[in-house]
Design a protein around this ligand. Structure first.
Ligand code: PMV
Length: 316
């Protein structure tokens, strides 16, 4: 029985989310949470052909693959998807799906293993969900590690895989899932409206975000945890100025700060209820966990700088 499994990681935006849509750099890191796509022939699995009919995104990924390679996916391909990445919370679950499914389709059809092609297919699929996508999510899910990413032009995206890790001496991050109602596209559009209302103010804000993104990378490089924490805090202020952090999440982050920690949202944010995943740092992780528990937020920890897209198995 022919069987192919390809996995791809979720991500966190350490800095530069939203600004990256407007050509500024983003610092993104792959996590140890992964999504697995298995393609196989034989009974048991749901047919990809059926899933394409019921799920616009699966259809977009499959169609982007077919277009890129001029191939057509056969009728008898079965598909199974498993994932430990929280959905719709800023941790890159949809990009991990696009990357792992396009990777699996490439292997299934005997194409050479080409992460850049996988990234392209995933990016094209993501753009069908919201047109303005920067491509930072599929890029980090494809390449893994800590990525410095910038979309200069539609056809020119620069990425630099940083040759270092988050220092082991840094206190471990606690992740808090505050949930969110809006889609990434809604939130990107919301920031776009704010930009239109006051272009001058927004330009100043974008420059400030770029500066803090550089400070964040520098502090990781220098193993300067104090500087890193300052950058996280400053970054959160700018994200709040963009209007994508909800009132309850702002209150939660103030509580973390009052307890001596720092925190920022990561990814698109959220306005009506939660703001997706919050990254928090404190010398005593338990303090953050207790604050989150009070608000009934789920907390978890991940290993950062995970591997990018990976061929897990391929049997003919
Ligand atoms: O959907 P999220 O939470 O992973 O956010 C994506 C990051 C944005 O910068 C908000 C959008 C983009 O295309 O880069």
């Amino acid at each position: 029985m022919k069987k192919v499994t390809v996995s791809a990681p979720g991500k966190l935006h350490l800095s530069g989310e939203h600004a990256v849509v407007y050509g500024k750099p983003a610092l993104v890191v792959a996590t140890s949470l992964r999504l697995y796509t298995t393609l196989e022939t034989g009974a048991g699995a749901t047919l990809l052909r059926k899933m394409r009919k019921n799920d616009r995104y699966i259809e977009a990924i499959s169609a982007a693959f077919e277009k890129k390679y001029g191939a057509s996916i056969k009728d008898d391909v079965g598909i199974t998807i498993t994932s430990s990445i929280p959905i719709g919370s800023g941790m890159g679950s949809s990009s991990a799906l696009a990357v792992s499914l396009s990777g699996a389709l490439c292997v299934w059809h005997g194409m050479p293993w080409n992460p850049q092609a996988v990234n392209d297919i995933a990016y094209q699929a993501e753009k069908t969900i919201y047109k303005g996508s920067s491509g930072s999510d599929p890029a980090v899910s494809t390449h893994g590690g800590i990525l410095w990413y910038r979309k200069e032009l539609e056809f020119l995206k620069t990425l630099w895989l940083l040759p270092f890790k988050i220092p082991k001496t840094f206190a471990p991050f606690v992740l808090i899932n505050t949930g969110r109602k809006e889609s990434t596209g809604d939130l990107v559009a919301h920031v776009g409206e704010g930009k239109k209302r006051d272009e001058k103010k927004f330009a100043v804000l974008l420059d400030a975000v770029e500066k803090v993104t550089k400070q964040t990378a520098q502090s990781i490089h220098d193993e300067d945890e104090k500087g890193f924490r300052r950058s996280i805090s400053e970054n959160e202020q700018y994200l709040e100025e963009m209007g994508i952090v909800s009132a309850p999440v702002r209150a939660f982050i103030r509580a973390v700060e009052e307890a001596g920690g720092v925190a920022k949202i990561s990814g698109a944010g959220g306005i009506q209820t939660g703001s997706g995943v919050v990254v928090a740092i404190h010398d005593t992780a338990q303090k953050i966990i207790a604050l989150a528990k009070k608000r009934k937020y789920e907390t978890f920890q991940v290993v950062l700088g995970g591997e990018g897209v990976k061929m897990e198995q391929a049997t003919a």
